[in-house]
Design a protein around this ligand. Structure first.
Ligand SMILES: *[C@@H]1O[C@H](CO)[C@@H](O)[C@H](O)[C@H]1NC(C)=O
Ligand SMILES: *[C@@H]1O[C@H](CO)[C@@H](O)[C@H](O)[C@H]1NC(C)=O
Ligand SMILES: *[C@@H]1O[C@H](CO)[C@@H](O)[C@H](O)[C@H]1NC(C)=O
Length: 212
């Protein structure tokens, strides 16, 4: 009996560091999911107490992840919903890779996110309306993917948004013009052949046909 208890105590002590490493585990899901021909994720060891010594990961003084810098890293594969668990993340830089599949709606949980750079990948599906929850967001660049569907009207409530680029996709519907969208020019939206012009001010056109 005593040995049985000791054995379980031993298991607890051995496994506890990894179960406590919630943010490391979330990031490790990304490592499992993606193809990494240049081994840029080689230092991502999930048995460490936190991911703060991993390359391309930056933490704050409390060892919580604030930046993920994986631009131009030749990564391919899907983005994982687990990224939404990085509560203190401010910069999610995944531009110029070959990521495929949808933008996880869970990214809308990243309440501290300041910059979301997913440009020049092969992402498909639509822009999740949950991104409108990112109230601190200043930069949103999704250009150069294969995104479809409408630009979520909710994004116009992102009051801090300074830079928006959804050009070079396959978006459709109309361009919102209210809120933060009032300052963006057509450059933010160019080369979306099915995207119709700006909505008329105060006279919203809800077009019903052919947009998905
Ligand atoms: C996207 O996919 C197309 C077709 O599979 C491929 O030719 C292209 O190189 C990919 N682009 C990126 C940035 O991965
Ligand atoms: C986030 O956005 C979604 C979709 O717009 C919404 O349903 C949800 O209530 C929002 N969650 C929070 C916590 O604000
Ligand atoms: C338009 O966007 C698509 C999708 O990203 C891209 O493949 C194409 O090269 C772009 N065309 C121009 C003229 O930029």
């Amino acid at each position: 009996m005593a040995i049985w208890v000791l054995f379980h105590l031993f298991l607890f002590l051995v496994l506890e560091p990894t179960t406590a490493n919630l943010e490391g585990n979330a990031l490790f899901q990304l490592r499992i999911e993606v193809d990494d021909p240049e081994n840029v994720l080689q230092s991502w060891d999930p048995t460490l107490v936190d991911p703060c010594t991993w390359f391309h990961v930056t933490c704050d003084a409390q060892n919580r992840v604030t930046r993920l810098d994986l631009g131009n890293a030749k990564l391919s594969g899907k983005l994982v919903p687990d990224l939404g668990k990085l509560e203190r993340l401010q910069y999610l830089e995944l531009y110029m890779n070959s990521f495929v599949g949808p933008i996880p709606a869970e990214l809308g949980k990243l309440k501290n996110l300041v910059s979301l750079d997913l440009y020049h990948n092969n992402l498909t599906g639509s822009i999740p309306p949950s991104l409108a929850n990112l109230s601190k967001l200043r930069i949103l660049r999704l250009n150069g993917n294969r995104l479809t569907g409408r630009i979520p009207r909710e994004l116009s409530k992102l009051g801090k948004l300074k830079k928006l680029d959804v050009s070079n996709n396959d978006l459709c519907g109309t361009i919102p013009t209210t809120g933060s969208f009032s300052k963006f020019t057509e450059n933010s939206f160019k080369n979306n052949s099915r995207l119709k012009g700006p909505e008329l001010m105060g006279f919203v056109r809800y077009d019903v046909g052919g947009c998905n």
